[in-house]
Design a protein around this ligand. Sequence first.
Ligand code: ZN
Length: 218
Amino acid sequence: MNAIKNLIRGNELFKNYHYADYEDEIKELIKHGQKPDILFISCCDSRITPDLMLGSKPGDLFILRNIGNFVPPYDNDLSYHGSASAIEYAVSVLNVKHIIVCGHSYCGACKSAFEEIPNTQNYKNIKKWLKLADEAKKITLRDTYKTEFDMAQAMEKNSVLCQKKNLHTYPAIKEKLLKNEIQLHAWYIHLEGAKIEYYNNEINKYEDISLYQDNIFS
Ligand SMILES: [Zn+2]
C-alpha cells in the first residue's frame, strides 16, 4: 500500500471508529472557536507526534512546526515570517498562557549546524535558517564530551534554551511576561521511550517532566 493510500485508510478508520470520541468537543470548538492554552513549538521531524506523545486532543495545542523547533528573533522588516506570525497570533490573538519550545533527540537540524550546507540555490533558505543554531553551537563547543551522542544531545538541549531566549525579543511576549500572563518552557523529547525532560529554571538544568512544579515563571 502506498503512502497516500495509508493516509486515506487512516482517515476512514478515524471517521468510523474514533471521531465519535471527540465529536462533542469538536462541535464546541467550532461553535465557540479555538482557545488553546498552549503554543507548542516543535521540529518538523516526522518522528515527533505531539498529540500521540502527550495525549492532547483537538483544541489543546496550537502547534508551530519548523526545522529544528527554532525561534527566529523578532524582526520588523515585514518579510513573510511564518514562524513569527504564528507566535504573534498565538500570543496576541489566542492569548495562550504557555509557550513550550520542544527539542528532541536525533535532531537533523541541530546536527546540520556542524556540517557544510551546499552553497546552491536549492539550499539557500535552509542555510539561512540553520544560522538560528549558531549560538547553541558556540555554547556546546565550550564543553567536552565522551561521545558524539552526548554532544548531539547537549547541542539539542542548548538550542532549545537559545530558542526560548529568542521568544523574549517579541514585544507581545515581553509585555505578557511583565504581567505574569504567560510562561515559557523548554522541553526535550527522547525519541526512544518518548521520555520528556523540562528545563528547571530554579536549578538551571533539565530534569524529568514528572518533577515539574506548576509555579515556575521564566
Ligand atoms: Zn529536529
